[in-house]
Structure formats: C-alpha cells, structure tokens
Design a protein around this ligand. Structure first.
Ligand SMILES: [Zn+2]
Length: 224
C-alpha cells in the first residue's frame, strides 16, 4: 500500500482520528527502536521465511552503529522509517531541541542507508517516541510532508513476559481488532522469539500482511 503523507499526514487510531484504509483481516507490521543485531536479525529471518515485509521505525544512533543491518533491511524489501536520534520524549524538550532530535535521527538513518546525511527522508514516515507529540511538531512534519504514524494497537512488548504469553496477547488483540497497524519492538527478545509463530498464525487464519511504502521509490535501490 502506498501511503502519501499528503493524503495521510497522521495515522493510527490510538493517537489520531484517522488510520490507513485497511480491509478486514489486513494488518501492517511495524517495529520500533532498532536496529539491535541479536533480536533484529531474528526478526528479519522470520519475516523472510514467510515472505512478509514490515516497517522499521529506527533510532538514529542505533542505525549509525549498525549500518549493515539497516542496508540489509532495505535490501530485503522492508521500509526504513524514523523514530528520532536518541529516543527522547519530544514533549519534554524545547521545540528546537525536538526538531534537532528528529533531523539528526533522519540524517543518521539516511547515512546508514545511502551514505548521505540528509534531513530529507527517502521514506517520509515518522513515529514519535512514546507517541508524545506537540501541535507545533505535528504542523512542522506535515509542512515537510512527513507522515506521522501512531498505531491502531500494540503488542505491549515493553512488559516482560514469556514468548508464549506474548503470542497469546497479540493474537488476542488481532482477533479483537480484525485489522490495523500493529506496533512491536524489534529490540525485544520475547517478540523475536514468538514472531515465527505469530506469522504462521496470521497465515493460517487468512490475515494479509500489508507492506506500506512511500509514493516514490526514491529510497531504492540500495547500492551494495
Ligand atoms: Zn520507541
């Protein structure tokens, strides 16, 4: 699904009135806070095995530390999106500092991806850490045509639990919601551990994983 920030400046019903026009049994998989080699690589392997594509909202300083992993994500067809440089709560810092966090994050992600530290993102998709935005920052992002992603529901994988409990929780939420943008964290071992079973659950129950991409394919190809 192509997501044009002009049409969809803000999506995800947990934070905003609107979301993506998904059909029943369509889900979008999003992973925040990586890349983190041990867990992210397991997640990439699980996604590849089921031939599904996801969107990774990454932290700039982690992208800078693991550029090979960022390139691998893109090469495997996933969408590289942005989640600030150091995961600050942007509601608690000045407007200028918040913009600096957003831009440094984008620049670090772009540097890791394409070797160019630009603040014009190849994929104009952004998610606020902790979903904490301000009206001024939302306006700024909209004026730059960067879509802001909330989520329709989440895995609550910040709460420690066993992979079996995590699987149970998220399949229950998928069943209840029927469709939507789902938030996971690719930094979490319990998420990486249950993902193969979760993807099998989606397939067995005829859910479709929808891959979201920006309107132009500027972000590709990645040179290797
Ligand atoms: Zn986060």
């Amino acid at each position: 699904m192509t997501v044009d920030p002009k049409t969809y400046p803000r999506v995800g019903t947990q934070s905003f009135p609107e979301t993506l026009p998904l059909a029943d049994r369509e889900v979008v998989l999003t992973f925040d806070d990586g890349p983190n080699p041990p867990t992210t690589s397991k997640i990439l392997a699980a996604l590849a095995k089921e031939c599904v594509r996801a969107t990774f909202f990454m932290i700039g300083q982690s992208a800078a530390a693991h550029p090979q992993l960022v390139k691998r994500m893109a090469a495997e067809g996933h969408t590289i999106a942005h989640h600030t440089f150091a995961h600050a709560d942007l509601k608690k810092v000045s407007h200028d500092k918040a913009i600096d966090q957003i831009d440094r994050g984008i620049a670090a992600d772009e540097m890791a991806l394409n070797g160019k530290a630009t603040t014009v993102p190849s994929t104009p998709f952004f998610r606020f850490p902790y979903f904490e935005s301000t009206p001024a920052l939302l306006d700024m992002l909209q004026s730059r045509r960067i879509a802001v992603f909330g989520a329709d529901f989440w895995a609550s994988d910040w709460n420690p639990m066993t992979p079996a409990q995590q699987l149970d929780l998220i399949t229950g939420r998928v069943k209840a919601a029927g469709k939507g943008i789902i938030l996971f964290h690719d930094t979490k071992g319990q998420t990486a551990a249950m993902l193969p079973d979760f993807l099998r659950y989606l397939r067995d129950n005829r859910y479709k994983v929808v891959h979201i991409v920006p309107p132009t394919a500027q972000s590709r190809p990645v040179s290797r």
